[in-house]
Design a protein around this ligand. Structure first.
Ligand code: PAF
Length: 291
């Protein structure tokens, strides 16, 4: 376990000097199978794997769950070690945000919409901490779950804009058997809420089915989402929309890769999920010509 930048860097430099590639999985701990799948992928693709555990204060807004976010370093370390990860970086807040810190990374456009509209400042915190962690670890590849699609796009944009020499690797969302996307926040759900939370994946599956049946209108697909979500009394929707899968801009028709994206409160817990809608819109396909 590494807590300081200098000692971690010495270990990474030694690996680099042996010609080993470096993979990185940033986390906030409270690990679940989704995180572990990122670590397995990093382990399979890179020679030296670093996992960070840091509950980043700057990505939580006032009144959000920073104070009660689950923290169990001993349990997390045990899970990570079983996967043969080479280094765990668990810095204190003072290490990542030295006294007097005043430098932040902004990705203003992508960060402003969807999650950004409901959680102002969230992606500023995410981009800033990822920039710092990339600076410390200097990985060849960094692994992120697609459940947080907008986070992936913010980090990809930042990496491109700042010319950072790291490949962002988006990895599939891992789901429970009943479809609920794994999230550290699922632990907040009581039994009735846990059952109600499956409405997110049900809505996405209904939307995918409509899309597979030829529906390309974003408005119609959003109605499918709204109808399914409306059946669950415990659900309160922040947004349920169809957007461009790269820019997250609103779309009228699904005519390039799009995504159905959801943010829904189930009781006091706010959950997000998404499904990619991969369109084949070459002019000679029947789908393109549908109204
Ligand atoms: O997805 C997360 O767990 C966090 O947003 C991340 C990427 C570790 C940054 O704090």
């Amino acid at each position: 376990m590494f807590e300081t930048v200098s000692v971690l860097r010495t270990a990474i430099r030694a690996a680099r000097n042996e010609g080993r590639s470096v993979g990185f999985v940033p986390t906030m701990g409270a690990l679940h199978e989704g995180h572990l799948s990122l670590m397995r992928r990093a382990r399979a693709e890179c020679d030296f794997v670093v996992v960070s555990i840091f509950v980043n204060p700057t990505q939580f807004g006032p009144g959000e769950d920073f104070a009660r976010y689950p923290r169990d370093l001993a349990k997390d370390s045990g899970l990570i070690q079983k996967l043969g990860v080479d280094a765990i970086f668990a810095p204190s807040t003072e290490v990542l945000y030295p006294a007097g810190s005043q430098t932040y990374v902004e990705v203003p456009e992508i960060a402003a919409r969807l999650e950004g509209a409901f959680r102002p400042g969230h992606f500023r915190g995410v981009a800033t901490v990822c920039a710092k962690l990339f600076q410390v670890v200097q990985p060849d590849r960094a692994y992120f779950g697609m459940k947080d699609l907008q986070q992936v796009r913010v980090v990809q944009r930042m990496v491109t804009d700042l010319l950072l020499p790291v490949t962002v690797v988006p990895c599939p969302t891992v789901r429970d058997v009943d479809g609920l996307a794994l999230s550290s926040r699922n632990g907040y759900l009581g039994a009735p809420e846990r059952a109600a939370a499956t409405v997110l994946s049900r809505a996405l599956r209904a939307c995918e089915a409509a899309f597979a049946g030829g529906e390309l209108s974003a408005h119609a697909l959003e109605q499918v989402l709204a109808e399914e979500l409306g059946r669950e009394p415990l659900a309160r929707v922040d947004y349920a929309v169809v957007v461009d899968a790269s820019t997250l801009d609103p779309v009228e028709r699904v005519c390039s890769p799009a995504a159905a994206v959801l943010a829904v409160h189930i009781g006091a817990t706010r959950l997000i999920d998404n499904a990619l809608l991969e369109a084949d819109c070459t002019p000679d396909t029947g789908r393109h010509s549908r109204v």
